[in-house]
Design a protein. Structure first.
Length: 94
């Protein structure tokens, strides 16, 4: 089994990994975000998306834009949902 995560679902490497796993008879689990994928459908440069090639697709339900923390005086949320390790560094340890 191969587990692959990509918030956008449009990056070439995760898609390629799932395709190669299928060639080898492995089941792939794709962790991605449906809302982001909906936006990606409109992009003509995107050929295949992770949700299209994964055998099992799990929606992580990350918010659009990937930010979780709203702060007074800051227009957009910060601290990414998709990468808790990066979030630890960006927001401090909670």
């Amino acid at each position: 089994m191969l587990i692959v995560a990509s918030t956008s679902g449009t990056a070439a490497l995760p898609v390629e990994l799932c395709l190669r796993a299928a060639e080898r008879g492995l089941t792939s689990v794709a962790l991605t975000v449906d809302r982001v994928l909906d936006a990606a459908r409109a992009a003509p440069s995107v050929r295949k998306r992770l949700a299209d090639v994964g055998d099992i697709v799990i929606d992580s339900a990350a918010p659009y834009g990937d930010g979780l923390l709203r702060m007074d005086g800051v227009e957009h949320p910060c601290c990414p949902f998709s990468g808790h390790r990066r979030g630890d560094r960006a927001c401090g340890r909670w």
